[in-house]
Design a protein around this ligand. Structure first.
Ligand code: KE4
Length: 435
């Protein structure tokens, strides 16, 4: 064997890559949740992805329930998205001028999400929610924002207060580096608690610029709103003259074509979007009533900008992704598949007398090891985390990749066919039986 050949191959394995990455990148990762800190162990590195699978640097194939945190609703490396990207690539990677694909994306979003009369494209969900907050403040002339504990809206300074996702996973919901003066403008209330919300409005009378939420919180595991909760929230915002902001970065185009606002029939004033609309490339968007959006530069006084906003490659992949959804709406099929998987795993837990909740809506579901349904982040964080870590590692060892934290949400895609899901269900049942 060529000298060093073996060394070369192990250098490309996850363990060696992670050791090198940790010397060069904080925590060895470019986003904290990827470090597996919540479940322990060494993160695997991915060489490539296709359909419902990730192919790791260690030569293993994994059934992927993370779907790159939401964008891959069509699975990975979809041929129509790849072809669209290849065509766009022939024309260059970035122009820094208006381009036709941005108008196509804006047409697709505004015709699918009626509350969005005008939309501005950005490069991440964080930029989208950050811009919604600034616009709400600029439009109303008010400073305070209400958010919900456990909801995560990206790493926006004023919203990393009692956040979910990585922040919650690392048990430090309030990040270092955020001045008290910023946090003081953010009022945090528990989700699914109308009384607390009414108290927050009353205590801040006419100083609330906006209320931002994930209408289906999915960064603390998945929590569904009580019946009429979103309707009541809409009414309270109207009474207070505050803007209602739906962060649909994750749920947009996923729980329904028009997101939660279509599924629940509640119309927000502003919506943040991302993930699926980029087809796997960096993207975000925010939009809403034209009267509000027209306050943005260059027409209005609220400044917002971005070098790569509306990037032609991201638009090509995103337009192809949305085109697939329009031509072949996957929502009923995804919901049926996820419901079947949920039933099988709950049955296995019941047979072992293990308390388990699996909230599910459409292609999204999560696991809470606790007796009762979870309605807020306090109940979510009180659930037993140890069994989740054990089923995570059992599943990973047997070729199924769940999100590396109980404070995330699982996704399936149209590429997860019955055979793949039956295999995954078998593994998850065995993981439960091994507890
Ligand atoms: P990005 O800035 O990561 O594109 O989007 C932030 C964001 C905003 N709003 C919601 C509802 C989100 O779920 C997110 C990002 N979601 C996490 C997963 N829980 C992304 C994964 C990560 O942080 O690595």
């Amino acid at each position: 064997m060529m000298p060093g050949a073996m060394a070369k191959s192990t250098e490309n394995h996850s363990q060696a890559l992670f050791e090198k990455a940790q010397r060069l990148i904080p925590g060895g990762v470019n986003s904290p949740v990827r470090a597996f800190r919540s479940v322990g162990g060494t993160p695997f590195f991915t060489q490539r992805a296709d359909g419902p699978f990730l192919f790791t640097a260690d030569g293993t194939r994994l059934i992927d329930f993370v779907c790159t945190w939401g964008p891959a609703i069509h699975g990975h490396n979809h041929p129509e998205i790849r072809a669209a990207l290849q065509r766009a690539l022939d024309n260059g990677t970035s122009f820094g001028t208006p381009a036709p694909a941005e108008v196509e994306m804006a047409e697709r979003i505004t015709r699918t999400v009626p509350s969005v009369e005008k939309v501005r494209l950005v490069n991440s969900g964080t930029e989208a929610t950050m811009s919604c907050i600034r616009l709400a403040r600029g439009y109303t002339g008010r400073d305070k924002i209400i958010k919900f504990s456990g909801c995560y809206h990206g790493h926006v300074d004023s919203l990393l207060v009692s956040a979910g996702s990585g922040a919650l996973t690392h048990g430090s919901p309030d990040s270092a580096g955020i001045p008290d003066s910023f946090a003081r403008e953010t009022v945090v209330v528990p989700f699914n608690d109308i009384g607390a919300l009414q108290t927050a409005f009353a205590a801040n009378d006419d100083r609330i610029a906006g209320v931002i939420l994930e209408p289906y919180p999915a960064n603390v595991g998945l929590i569904l709103p009580d019946p009429d909760y979103l309707d009541t929230l809409r009414t309270l915002c109207d009474e207070a003259g505050a803007l209602l902001i739906f962060d649909e970065v994750m749920t947009g185009f996923r729980v329904a074509a028009g997101g939660v606002q279509e599924a629940a029939g509640v119309r927000p004033d502003l919506t943040a979007m991302g993930k699926i609309i980029g087809g796997g490339l960096p993207v975000g968007a925010f939009g809403g009533k034209a009267e509000i959006m027209d306050r943005l530069a260059p027409d209005g006084p609220v400044y917002q900008a971005g070098t790569l906003s509306g990037n032609p490659l991201a638009m090509a992949a995103g337009n192809a992704s949305l085109d697939l959804l329009e031509k072949h709406p996957p929502y009923d099929g995804l919901d049926r598949k996820a419901k079947r998987l949920r039933e099988v795993v709950l049955q296995a837990a019941a047979e072992k007398g293990i308390p388990l909740q699996i909230p599910q809506t459409g292609s999204m579901f999560s696991f809470y090891f606790t007796e009762n349904p979870v309605r807020n982040d306090r109940q979510a964080t009180a659930a037993d985390r140890e069994p989740f870590s054990r089923i995570f590692h059992f599943a990973l060892d047997h070729g199924v990749y769940l999100p590396p934290s109980p404070f995330e949400t699982c996704f399936i895609s149209t590429a997860h066919d019955d055979e793949v899901l039956e295999r995954a269900a078998e593994i998850l049942v065995k993981a439960i039986q091994a507890l």
